[in-house]
Design a protein. Structure first.
Length: 425
C-alpha cells in the first residue's frame, strides 16, 4: 500500500466530489461519515446543543493540504467563510516541506480555575492558610472527577495572587488542573466550585469567596510551532527582508499588530471551529497572551544565517478531542478523524502550525502583490454568483472582473448579460 501523503498537487482543480473521495481514502472515512459531511448537522442534534434552536448557519468546510508536521502528513479541515485562507495555508505548507515541514512542542494540558476572594483584610494570612491546606484542597478537587484522575489528570497545584483593585484588596486562588484530552472547562469549573468551603474556612472571616471560573488565558498550556522557509521558495532574499520588516511594523504598532494577529487566527479559528472546539476561548487566550507585556505579535520572524526565513508561533491552545461539541457534533468527530490526531496536545500542535502558515501567507501577499489580488480573485466568484451566474459562467465572469480590477455586483451583471447575449448570437 502506498504511503499516505498530504502533498496533493492540483487538489484545488478537482471537483468537490473528487476531493472528498481523496479525503475519504486518506482518513479511511466510512460512507456514513461521508454522508454526514454532505448533509450537515441535523435540526434534532442542534436542538440538544443549545437553546431555542430554529435552524443552522452553515460554513464551508475546506481541507488544507501539504502539511508535514513533526514528520507526519496531515490533511486539515478548516471551517470559515473567508476566501483565500485555505489556499494560502496549503501553499505555505508546501513551501515548508522543502525544509522539513513544521516542528511543534506543546505543554501539558494544564488549565487554570480561578477563585476570587473579595473584602480581604489580611491577605497574607489567607494565602498562608491556603498553602497549609493545599493537599486537602487538591484531594477534594480530585474527588469530583475520578475518571480524569485515573487517566493521569486532575488537580495538580494551587497558586495564590494578591491584587490591589479599585474595589479593594483581593486574593486570587489558581487551581491548576491537568485536563488530559479535553478542553476542560466543565471539569475545572466543577472543581473550583467544590473547593469553596475549604477556601472560605481559610479566609477565617478576613475575606469572602465570590467568583469561581476557568481562565481562558491558559499560560500553562502553551503550544509552539516552528518552520524554515527557503528564500528561493518565497521569491528571493529581498522578500525575506521585507517580511521581517513587516513583522517589525507589527511589533511596534498595535494598530498593525491587531490585524497581523487576526491573520494568524484566520487559520487557527477555522481548524478550532471545524473540530468542534471553543474558538472564542482560543481567540480570547491568544489575544490576552499577546497583550501580557504590551500587545505583540504571536508569530515572530527572522532571517537566518543562510538568508532563509525562520518563523515561530507561541500561544495558549486549550483544545480537546473529547467532550463538548467535539463529541456531540458528528461533523466535528469526522473532522478530527481526517486530521488523525491521538491526543489534544497533538491537535494543539497541528493548529499552531496552521496559524504560522496562515500568517506567512498573508505577509507574503502584503509585501509582494498586495492582499487584494489573491483575495479578490476568489471573492469575484461570489460576486458572479450573486449577479446570477451559474455553471462555467461563474468563472468567466469572475476572470473578467479580476482582469479589469473591478469586482463589483453591478459590473458582474453587465458582464453576465454580455456573455449571455454573445451565446445567443
Amino acid at each position: 500500500m502506498p504511503e499516505k501523503t498530504s502533498a496533493l498537487s492540483g487538489f484545488y482543480k478537482l471537483t468537490s466530489e473528487e476531493r472528498l473521495r481523496i479525503v475519504k481514502d486518506f482518513a479511511d472515512l466510512t460512507d456514513e461519515e461521508i454522508s454526514i459531511m454532505n448533509s450537515g448537522l441535523g435540526l434534532e442534534q442542534a436542538d440538544r446543543m443549545i437553546e431555542n434552536v430554529i435552524g443552522m448557519v452553515s460554513l464551508p468546510l475546506g481541507v488544507a493540504t501539504n502539511f508535514l508536521i513533526d514528520g507526519k502528513d496531515y490533511l486539515i479541515p478548516m471551517a470559515l467563510e473567508e476566501p483565500s485562507v485555505v489556499a494560502a495555508a496549503s501553499n505555505i505548507a508546501k513551501m515548508a516541506r522543502a525544509k522539513g515541514g513544521f516542528v511543534t512542542s506543546c505543554d501539558e494540558p494544564i488549565m487554570i480555575g480561578q477563585i476570587q476572594i473579595v473584602d480581604v483584610t489580611n491577605p497574607g494570612m489567607i494565602e498562608q492558610n491556603i498553602l497549609d491546606r493545599k493537599q486537602e484542597i487538591l484531594e477534594l478537587a480530585n474527588r469530583q472527577d475520578s475518571m480524569l484522575v485515573g487517566l493521569g489528570g486532575g488537580a495538580k497545584e494551587i497558586e495564590t495572587r494578591v491584587l490591589e483593585t479599585g474595589e479593594g484588596t483581593m486574593v486570587i486562588v489558581h487551581l491548576l488542573v491537568d485536563t488530559r484530552d479535553a478542553m476542560g472547562a466543565n471539569a475545572v469549573n466543577t472543581m473550583a466550585e467544590a473547593i469553596t468551603p475549604i477556601i472560605t474556612e481559610c479566609c477565617a472571616g478576613n475575606g469572602r469567596v465570590l467568583m469561581r471560573i476557568i481562565s481562558n488565558l491558559a499560560t500553562h498550556r502553551l503550544s509552539r510551532a516552528h518552520a524554515v522557509f527557503g528564500k528561493e521558495m518565497l521569491g528571493g532574499e529581498n522578500i525575506v527582508d521585507d517580511i521581517v520588516k513587516a513583522y517589525a511594523f507589527a511589533c511596534s504598532d498595535p494598530y498593525r499588530c491587531a490585524t497581523y494577529n487576526k491573520g494568524v487566527m484566520n487559520g487557527i479559528d477555522a481548524v478550532v471551529l471545524a473540530t468542534g472546539n471553543d474558538f472564542r476561548a482560543v481567540e480570547a487566550g491568544a489575544h490576552a497572551y499577546a497583550a501580557m507585556s504590551g500587545y505583540k505579535p504571536i508569530v515572530s520572524w527572522k532571517k537566518n544565517v543562510d538568508g532563509d526565513l525562520d518563523g515561530e508561533i507561541e500561544l495558549p491552545m486549550a483544545v480537546g478531542i473529547i467532550g463538548g461539541a467535539t463529541s456531540s457534533n458528528p461533523i466535528a468527530r469526522t473532522a478530527l478523524k481526517i486530521i488523525g490526531v491521538a491526543t489534544a496536545r497533538e491537535l494543539a500542535g497541528v493548529i499552531s502550525a496552521v496559524g504560522l502558515a496562515q500568517n506567512l501567507g498573508a505577509l507574503r501577499a502584503l509585501v509582494t502583490e498586495g492582499i487584494q489580488r489573491g483575495h479578490m480573485s476568489l471573492h469575484a466568484r461570489n460576486i458572479a454568483i450573486l449577479a446570477g451566474a451559474d455553471g462555467d459562467l461563474i468563472d468567466r465572469v469572475a476572470a473578467i472582473m479580476v482582469k479589469e480590477g473591478m469586482v463589483r455586483p453591478a459590473r458582474a451583471k453587465e458582464i453576465l448579460e454580455e456573455l449571455r447575449a454573445q451565446a445567443q448570437e
